[in-house]
Design a protein around this ligand. Sequence first.
Ligand code: TRP
Length: 417
Amino acid sequence: MNIRVVTGITTSGTPHLGNYAGAIKPAIIASVKPNVESFFFLADYHALIKCHDPNKLYRSRLEIAATWLAVGLDIDRVVFYRQSDIPEIVELSWILTCSTAKGLMNRAHAYKACVSNNLSKGLDQDDTVSMGLFSYPILMAADILMFKANKVPVGKDQVQHLEMARDIAQKFNRKYNNDFFVLPEALVASSVGTLPGLDGRKMSKSYNNTIPLFEGSAKDLKSSIMHIITDSKEPGEYKDAYNSHLYILYKAFSNETESEEFRKKLALGMSWSEAKKSLYEKIEYEIFPMREKYSKLITQPDLIEKILQFGAQKARVLSKKCIEEVRDLIGIRSLIDYKKNNLGKGINYDSKINNSKNKKKARLICYRDDLNKFRIRLLSTTGKELLTIKDSFSNADDAVLLMKKLNWFLKKSEMNK
Ligand code: TRP
């Protein structure tokens, strides 16, 4: 059985080293495994929750798409798309909103952090909290459930959102008495998880402590790394790697032997500046060829747009099917499907629908063929081609005349009785 992997990255900034090591790289490595179907997307509607600068939002989508491609995403193997190109996701989000308890959303870490921050400042608890922020986990659940993901690679901070996605799926399944949605599992990359930023807190746009990935030059990368905060231990002094952000970063870019080597050197007194230099070299060695690719891609938004449309086309085959099934389950379905809708008590729908006024008729259509001549075709009640008249006409009037004659026969025929 194939494992379906879905993950998204919020397009509200420039990709940084933490995004690369914690999300993009492990996702791409996992995508080439056999029996894995990967769906990677740009979560631009999630970005809208905090980013209200149109230019920034536009630019971030471009940068993040170029980043995934530069790192080596194979667009034939992976379905790579933009959330906003899949309208069914927003539709599903609303449907799920209607079966999700408000209480569940009250417990979301991101929302709670906002509330406690407001209260500590003496503000109203919901100051600046939008409904987008509040129901963020539901949109995320829609992203995941839409494509029936089994595994969702995320940072540690997103694990709660995955639990909520499961809750939301279960609630829906219970409510509609089925096992329609697959329950997704979070996949947290164990050795990297969340990378520390310049100040040791989680590397994040919101803390302004990020180390750039491709934007800027190797020099910028080096200068950022040199600014990572360390303690004041002197060269020659013992340094405990396990208490060092540098070591965590180094580990994310090296194998076990290399990181062990690094740990020993620190213990033996390697200076912080030497440690930073070797961290820089390690990272630069890995990302240099990707930065070259990125710089080319970023000047080709047309190409990136085409790639994203290609992905959206593939994704929508599934999302359209899913939303059709969901609509059917919840009762948002065609009124004509009266039997399924369990209607008709006391009313003879059959006789109504079968009366000759409502009955669809076989019909003639006139069209132009490859040689631009007028031709006439007979379609069945369901629109299937029954026959095409051999003669073709240069003049539309001649075709119409024949249509009239044929229609006269058609009316008399059994087919429309
Ligand atoms: N909330 C995720 C983040 O900030 C991004 C995201 C949105 C996502 N939708 C998702 C991740 C679906 C995984 C699956 O990192």
